[in-house]
Ligand binder design. Structure first.
Ligand SMILES: Nc1ncnc2c1ncn2[C@@H]1O[C@H](COP(=O)(O)OP(=O)(O)OP(=O)(O)O)[C@@H](O)[C@H]1O
Ligand SMILES: [Mg+2]
Length: 329
């Protein structure tokens, strides 16, 4: 039996798999599947150091990329000294999930796009626009979003821009509202899919799903606006004929980014029906039944006992894969 130290804090929902109640579900699932777990809810760097130094455990699993007192947004580390994975690496403490370099690339959507593009993995055209930057000449429509947020923060029908004037307005909105660079990319009008990478090596699986939303919920554009997230309106469905290409695209992306244990790629079809990655999530949501990762696991591996039992198997798969990878099994 091994013990997992689960790290979360005020930003657990914005940055990671969900709020404290989700961490409690994960903790219970680890215990129910034969390992042990304890939660450290940390508000400050001091509390994080105290937790990793004073508690006894075999491996860490964190809902946080960096310590932040903000509960609504991810924001970004000002200094380079509060990335949890960096600290765990320095102290040679094993942890679940991708390494520090990958985590930093994943949280920053422009960096993710750059790495994928260089590796020949298909992504939309993209420009990062900082405050004061000139606007690029673009093919419209384009899509404008924050560079490092989740849960569709900052995304509405206004995110799709059809002229330079609209682009200028939406880029200014991102700068003012989120105090971070705007990411301007090709608007992908087609169906949205998501693919989960679970485990590593011979125990690795890729679980694919189509993201379905009742069409009546959409406004001008078929996009997952902020008001459609976290309210139970997105459902994961089988994707059928697109499965092979969605899984291959995800495999290529995960390899280029060196992803480990439990990572989810979101993608859409462009105007020509070609799949392109929109983002890769280093700490996918784990709200039982509601988040896409548990929904996908249940769709592919339904047990007789139902989704809460499937949830335990999903958590156990992630933990077991990481224990094997870290030579702790
Ligand atoms: N280039 C694009 N073209 C069309 N729609 C897009 C594009 N980029 C994002 N979207 C829409 O906005 C939603 C949120 O975008 P994205 O997945 O990049 O951000 P997120 O907020 O980090 O999501 P998550 O909560 O999955 O981490 C997507 O699910 C999709 O519906
Ligand atoms: Mg997404």
């Amino acid at each position: 039996m091994k013990k997992v130290l689960l790290i979360t804090g005020p930003a657990g929902d914005a940055q990671g798999w969900g709020d404290l109640s989700v961490t409690q579900h994960i903790c219970q699932a680890i215990i129910d599947t034969g390992n042990d777990a304890e939660i450290a809810f940390v508000n400050t760097m001091e509390e994080f150091y105290q937790a990793i130094e004073e508690k006894s455990y075999d491996i860490v699993w964190s809902a946080l990329y960096h310590i932040s007192s903000k509960s609504e947004t991810i924001g970004m580390s000002e200094g380079e000294d509060n990335w949890l994975a960096d600290i765990l690496d320095t102290k040679k403490i094993p942890y679940i999930g991708p390494n520090a370099a990958t985590m930093k690339a994943l949280i920053h959507k422009t960096h993710t796009h750059q790495i994928l593009k260089e590796a020949g993995v298909s992504v939309p055209y993209h420009f990062q626009i900082d405050r004061g930057d000139d606007l690029p000449d673009l093919d419209y429509p384009a899509f404008v979003k924050p560079s490092y947020e989740s849960r569709s923060k900052g995304i509405s029908d206004e995110s799709v821009v059809n002229s330079r004037e609209e682009l200028e307005k939406q880029v200014a909105y991102i700068h003012t509202e989120f105090d971070q660079p705007a990411l301007v990319e090709e608007y992908l009008p087609g169906q949205e899919y998501t693919v989960l990478m679970l485990g590593n090596g011979e125990h690795q699986e890729f679980l694919a799903g189509r993201v379905e939303v009742d069409e009546k919920m959409f406004g001008k554009y078929p996009i997952l606006r902020a008001d459609l997230r976290g309210v139970g309106v997105t459902k994961i469905r089988p994707i059928n004929h697109m499965t092979k290409s969605a899984v291959q695209l995800t495999k290529d992306a995960m390899e280029a980014l060196n992803c480990l244990d439990h990572v989810r790629a979101d993608m859409r079809l462009d105007a020509n029906g070609k799949l392109k990655i929109i983002e890769v999530n280093g700490i996918p949501g784990l709200k039982p039944i509601k988040s896409w990762s548990p929904q996908m696991f249940t769709m592919h591996h339904p047990s007789q006992e139902g989704p809460m039992e499937d949830y335990k198997h999903l958590i156990d798969h992630v933990v077991s894969s990481a224990l094997v990878r870290c030579d702790l099994a």
